[in-house]
Design a protein around this ligand. Structure first.
Ligand SMILES: [Zn+2]
Length: 312
């Protein structure tokens, strides 16, 4: 089944097809036909990837995660329009951009405005080779750029990924987190279905622990696979019920909607330093002392070697 893609369907509804001359068709069933050179030939940092937790860099020195805690502003009452675009169910932010939710901090040097969220089943990213039944993407664009500009900047977009697990029956907390959005999904099962004026508390869909995440520089996982995304992937999944998950099987006309895993090349995956270290000045001091002593040792060795070498 083929789809006419209205310019990065997965990114925004408000960009006309004319702005990108993007009228080719693509499907999840055959990625070889995707438009965009990066999609076909690959690149240096394509997404999604399999995250190997043994290879993750704990960012003790704030190399990448250097802007404090991840901060969510205005996510508790968001007016959205839900649409079934034939590939997924997507909820886009409504109204004046000045009131849209803003993401900042963590690895983000800039502020990012939420454009839309959408669902993938199965997950796109994997952790230690394991896929999750679902992955929700919250797509944000740098507030100081237009979408068109953001699609050309290394850090133009910030996407939060939230994994979803499935279990037979939900407890009260799990039900509370997912119920608001799941009430709308049954009304979006057919391509072209659309509902405006949906008010959502998006913090309910976020991990309760927003300080535990993986982050790396990657790409869009749909055409044209632009390498412009700062990925922020929460470690802890949300949970939905079997019955809720079965609804997603009725959405879209493809058997699945995830891009295949891409080879890990220039990707470095970082993780914030553990909260216990933030809160334990002694430990921080001890680590810094240790690093300083090692550095001092090597400076001394270098001096000694240089001295030895210039001896007659
Ligand atoms: Zn996505």
């Amino acid at each position: 089944m083929y789809y006419i893609c209205a310019v990065l369907t997965l990114l925004s509804l408000d960009i006309g097809a004319t702005s990108y001359n993007y009228t080719k068709m693509w499907t999840y069933d055959d990625e070889r036909t995707w438009p965009g050179r990066k999609c076909k030939e690959g690149g240096r940092r394509q997404s999604p990837i399999d995250i190997r937790t043994d290879d993750i860099i704990h960012d003790y020195n704030g190399v990448v995660i250097r802007y404090g805690t991840l901060t969510f502003t205005g996510y508790r009452g968001v007016l959205m329009t839900g649409i079934n675009n034939g590939l997924t169910v997507q909820f886009s932010t409504d109204g004046d951009t000045a009131i849209h939710p803003i993401l900042s901090g963590g690895p983000l040097q800039h502020r990012y405005r939420l454009e839309q969220l959408h669902f993938h089943w199965l997950s796109e990213h994997a952790v230690n080779g394991r896929k999750f039944p679902m992955e929700i993407h919250f797509v944000h664009v740098r507030t100081d750029l237009t979408v068109e500009q953001a699609l050309k900047q290394k850090d133009g977009l910030a996407i939060i990924a939230m994994f979803g697990n499935v279990q037979a029956v939900l407890n009260e907390d799990q039900e509370d987190r997912i119920s608001e959005i799941m009430e709308v999904i049954p009304r979006l099962l057919h391509t072209g279905d659309r509902i405006s004026g949906v008010l959502l508390n998006l913090m309910k869909l976020m991990s309760p622990n927003t300080e535990q995440y993986y982050t790396y520089f990657g790409s869009l996982t749909s055409p044209e696979c632009n390498e412009v995304v700062i990925w922020i992937i929460f470690e802890n999944p949300i949970t939905i019920s079997d019955a809720q998950y079965r609804l997603f099987g009725k959405i879209g006309e493809s058997r699945h909607n995830f891009r295949s895993l891409q080879p890990v090349m220039h990707h470095l995956v970082y993780k914030p330093r553990p909260a216990s270290v933030w809160n334990t000045p002694y430990l921080v001091t001890a680590i810094h002392d240790f690093v300083d002593r090692v550095a001092q040792f090597f400076r001394n060795v270098t001096r000694f070697v240089k001295k030895e070498m210039i001896k007659p």
